[in-house]
Design a protein around this ligand. Sequence first.
Ligand code: COA
Length: 324
Amino acid sequence: MSNKIRAAITGVQGWVPETRLTNLDLEKMVDTNDEWIQSRTGIKERRILRTPGWATSDMCVEAVKGLLEKTSTKPGEIDLVIIGTITGDMIFPDTANTVCDKIGASNAFGYDINAACSGFLYALATGSQFIETGRFSKVIVIGADMMSSIINYKDRNTCVIFGDGAGAVLLEPHRDGNGIMDFVLRSDGSGREFLHMKAGGSLHPPTAETVAREEHFVYQEGKRVFKYAVEGMTGTVNEILRRNKMTVDDVHWVVPHQANMRIINSVAEHLHIPMEKVTVNIQKYGNTTAATLPLCLWEFGPQFKKGDNIILTAFGGGFTWGRC
Ligand code: COA
């Protein structure tokens, strides 16, 4: 027991679009096949947002609506909304403010964090600070991405991997020892070379030429990213365990970013953690970027028990990585 305020996740809700894009569908779109995709990535299908007029904020709203209902929270009680996303509705304004408006969180402010697949982790760490200082008592942290809006469905290197989805958690202060204990966050901007979307920002503003060169899509050097991802996702787990005087035997669950089943297996192997303790849903949703962690918490949360030690770990574009 301690009197220290910790930010506890007191509710989780996910939302994924209904439309399924299966490996068989992709076989008809690019030169690929179900066997290659499953053996190289572990993905069977992903969800794609096809509702006309809907964007990332609408997926967030669906997740938050369920979260508020589940936790008996009124929109007016929310202090802050932080969204990890790289596919906000527009370059500006930020999507978190749009979400506050759409859910009627009239006493809240909001902002987005751009850290690609580590976006939820960065947002969670940020949101937890406002709770731990005693400043706020209800912070919503969301990871959401509509990757289908920036994927080139003629590029087999990327289109088989990504999907759309959103997940939201409520952070509230707890003094009973439960809650977020610690986090380690890292970044290395030199990684931008291997994973990025080239045009649309101030470096290469959108022109007819950037569109013709297909520069408004995700570019990825998969093999290079794979290597960094395994190193990044394992490296600092040991650091966080040491800092908290724990060993892997004290860990009940590992919630890894769902980028590739082979990355998840490598991480578990490097850490000597049995796969029964590792959350996996990549086969259903693919890589939903900032949404993978909260979608895992949503799906596996009912199996978690009070007092379980849970490690969240992610790696993404930037490069950005960390664990909590
Ligand atoms: N279907 C069939 N063949 C494909 C293919 C597809 N969808 N995509 C690539 N290939 C081919 C390649 O062209 C290559 O053929 P070649 O040997 O004739 O040149 C071969 O398969 C191997 O390609 P490679 O890129 O080496 O495959 P890989 O085993 O590295 O798997 C990824 C590719 C993208 C699945 C993998 O590198 C990966 O997951 N990387 C990390 C991605 C990631 O985590 N991104 C998000 C950041 S969090």
